[in-house]
Design a protein around this ligand. Structure first.
Ligand code: HT9
Ligand code: FE2
Length: 371
């Protein structure tokens, strides 16, 4: 039996995610939840609905979060960390508000949140903090005692997030035909966001020029590219590219798009490309459709061999990283000095989002931060 680990002052962990439809009838209401008031063109919504129907109306994301929950509970139990883990979503059942209500009714007062988004951005950070504030407001209106809620720091550069992706790139390279393997380029992909959102991502001092969102992705991409070079003895061209653009066409979003990039790579004579979705925590719909279906079709049309690296998903090293992050933050809250693991050059991200971090689109309250 392992010695007990101490998560004081926290008494529960909340896995906070996006949510996805679990059958054809869920698709339209799910998309309405996602896009309420966001000005996504109707045509784009129809198109995205089609992606889900191609997969029977089922997003892979909920099953993947159930697996991650299992992995976290197993890791915590094996290491003597007695901390219950709950799961709630922004856009689909189990909804965040319902989960938080259960947590409060189960007696929890200090909740730590793990969001399934590793980088700074409005969509990946502040929007979750707004969701937490909304859920807390609902519980307050119901007369419930509110828990204190904190969010774990961004883990884009944590070894437990990065190392599984290095292995995944090596596995993807091994899937390529042998004659193009050593010449294969790397395309690190993440969700495109409006350039205005990228430029204001992260703390104020990181604003401008893609902000923390782009800087963090570049940092992680560089660590992975360096490790792959060491492992394979080959220097490969690599680039950060974007996928899953939505929004109105006249609003600038981060570019290049992964499909345009594959075209450019092919035209420039790249023998093969490995797509590495570093922006995502699991192989959910943005990966299964936008990369494995759409980008793969583009590559086939070009005659360009491609392979796609797996995301971390429920890798035990990621579960262990979450345990380390929980213990790190617990120690910080107790006023103890801690060692913070981080690869790359940016160093460990902040514990608490400062004022002006990934600013809101309108005046909306956000929890677990200074504003
Ligand atoms: C940065 C980022 C992440 C990565 C970080 C993170 O993981 O949080 C992410 C993840 C995800 N995005 C997802 C799905 C969708 N995102 C949409 C729309 C949007 N995403 C945006 C950004 C991000 N999104 C933005 C700026 C929009 C425009 C509308 C708005 O400003 O809010 C839409 C609307 C239709 C469309 O236009 O695509 C859908 C259906 C799913 C679930 C997949 C599944 O079901 O398996 C996941 C994990
Ligand atoms: Fe999205």
């Amino acid at each position: 039996m392992a010695d007990q680990l101490d998560p004081t002052p926290y008494d529960a962990l909340l896995l906070l995610s996006f949510g996805g439809p679990e059958g054809p009838d869920d698709v339209v209401p799910f998309l309405e939840n996602v896009t309420a008031g966001r000005g996504i063109p109707r045509e784009r919504l129809k198109e995205v609905g089609r992606h889900y129907y191609l997969f029977g109306g089922v997003s892979p994301i909920n099953a993947q979060n159930r697996e991650l929950l299992q992995a976290l509970r197993k890791d915590f139990a094996e290491h003597g960390l007695d901390l219950p883990v709950y799961w709630g979503n922004r856009n689909w059942a189990p909804y965040l508000t319902d989960t938080l209500r259960t947590m409060v009714d189960d007696g929890h007062r200090r909740v730590l949140v793990l969001a399934t988004s590793a980088y700074a951005s409005y969509s990946g950070c502040r929007q979750y903090r707004e969701n937490l504030a909304d859920a807390l407001a609902t519980l307050a209106a119901e007369g419930r005692e509110l828990p204190r809620v904190d969010k774990l720091r961004h883990y884009f550069n944590h070894p437990g997030f990065v190392r599984p992706m290095i292995d995944a790139v090596l596995r993807a390279l091994a899937e390529l035909p042998e004659d193009v393997r050593s010449g294969a380029h790397l395309a690190f992909t993440t969700h495109s966001i409006p350039t205005a959102a990228a430029d204001t991502s992260g703390p104020v001092e990181a604003h401008g020029d893609g902000g923390a969102y782009v800087a963090e992705h570049l940092d992680t991409a560089r660590v992975i590219a360096d490790a792959v070079r060491e492992a394979t003895g080959v220097e490969r061209p690599w680039r950060l590219v974007y996928q899953s653009r939505s929004g109105a066409p006249h609003i600038p979003w981060l570019e290049p798009d992964v499909c345009d990039h594959l075209e450019a790579e092919h035209a420039a004579g790249a023998p093969a490309v490995v797509m590495v979705p570093i922006g995502f925590v699991s192989d959910h719909m943005e990966v299964k459709y936008d990369l494995d279906t759409e980008a793969a079709a583009k590559a086939a049309e070009l005659g360009l061999p491609v392979a796609r690296a797996a995301t971390v998903g429920a890798d035990p090293r990621f579960a262990a990283a979450v345990r380390e992050l929980v213990l790190e933050r617990s120690a910080v809250e107790r006023g103890e000095s801690v060692q913070r693991c981080a690869l790359g050059e940016l160093g460990p991200s902040h514990d608490v989002c400062p004022i002006g971090c990934c600013p809101a689109r309108g005046p909306r309250p956000a929890a677990a931060g200074l504003d």
